[in-house]
Design a protein around this ligand. Structure first.
Ligand SMILES: Nc1ncnc2c1ncn2[C@@H]1O[C@H](COP(=O)(O)OP(=O)(O)OP(=O)(O)O)[C@@H](O)[C@H]1O
Ligand SMILES: [Mg+2]
Length: 269
């Protein structure tokens, strides 16, 4: 049976669109039919992350307003034929569609593909509220910092209130060296703080930005973020893939500074 997943975060800019596009590619590679829907109305970018920007003609608002049929707005990926994209409108805003429009579109998409991946706008505004009645499950994207974690707590509460239940967690932009130095939360710590199951983590990888600037998906090149997203897709599909755990930090946040000071005593002492 088809499933609709919402990729959501509290704080903006944490990697929802990057993860939606990568999960779409990884699922398509495993012969799963999948549609990525860009729901960031007015701020279209999923087309670019998938390298499909030259093919956009119609968008989700055109479909919502019945200016075009869904099949004409859907774009098929050039390499992965089981992956399609429903682009966001570049102009216009979220108030131009409602929860009923969304439900109608998602119902039609579910007849065409196995996985509908909805890339949500940041936070829990009108855009997300419109989506909630259409959603079966959610993936929460968090970066390992207190601001992102605090904002995620509100999202979790809203998802539970809406009857979607607790989301699966992806911790993005992880820097293992910082975790080892006690300067960053490990993905397992973030999951424990939020009390949600950990689907995986994605390292901070310069290949992601480089690929965006080339207008292509980082999933087409090798790299640590790509490998992590492949493992996440496997777990998403129910396979067991071990998750490297990080050693508990040996040092506190500022101990390196203290250590430095010990090693090199000031000449005034
Ligand atoms: N794992 C990563 N490694 C390096 N850079 C990353 C990684 N994940 C995301 N980024 C960078 O972060 C930026 C924001 O990512 P993205 O657009 O996916 O976030 P978002 O949560 O969808 O943002 P918004 O809330 O505005 O929709 C991207 O431009 C990308 O360069
Ligand atoms: Mg986005």
């Amino acid at each position: 049976m088809s499933q609709t997943w919402m990729i959501i975060s509290g704080k903006g800019g944490v990697g929802k669109s990057m993860i939606t596009s990568a999960l779409g590619v990884a699922l398509a590679r495993r012969n799963m039919s999948c549609c990525c829907v860009d729901m960031d109305i007015g701020l279209r970018n999923l087309d670019m992350l998938l390298g499909m920007q030259n093919k956009v003609v119609y968008d989700v608002l055109d479909v919502a307003h019945k200016d075009c049929k869904l099949k004409y707005a859907l774009i098929t990926h050039a390499v992965h034929s089981s992956l399609s994209l429903l682009p966001a409108a570049q102009l216009g805003d979220v108030n131009q569609m409602d929860a009923d429009d969304m439900q109608r579109i998602v119902k039609k998409l579910k007849k065409r593909v196995g996985y509908v991946l909805l890339d949500a706008p940041a936070g829990i505004g009108r855009g997300v509220e419109n989506m909630l009645p259409s959603v079966d499950h959610a993936i929460l994207v968090v970066t390992p910092d207190d601001v992102s974690i605090r904002d995620a707590e509100r999202v979790i509460a809203r998802l539970e209130e809406a009857g979607i239940g607790r989301p699966l967690l992806i911790v993005n932009r992880v820097i293992p060296e910082m975790i080892a130095d006690g300067e960053m939360y490990s993905p397992q710590t973030v999951a424990a703080l939020l009390d949600v199951p950990l689907l995986g983590y994605v390292p901070d990888d310069r290949a992601v930005l480089a690929a965006i600037n080339r207008h292509e998906s980082f999933m087409e090149q090798s790299g640590s973020a790509k490998d992590a997203m492949e493992r996440i897709a496997q777990r998403f599909l129910g396979e067991f893939v071990a998750m490297p755990s990080f050693d508990p930090p040996k040092r506190g946040l500022f101990s390196r500074l203290r250590k430095k000071n010990k090693k090199k005593p000031s000449t005034l002492e």
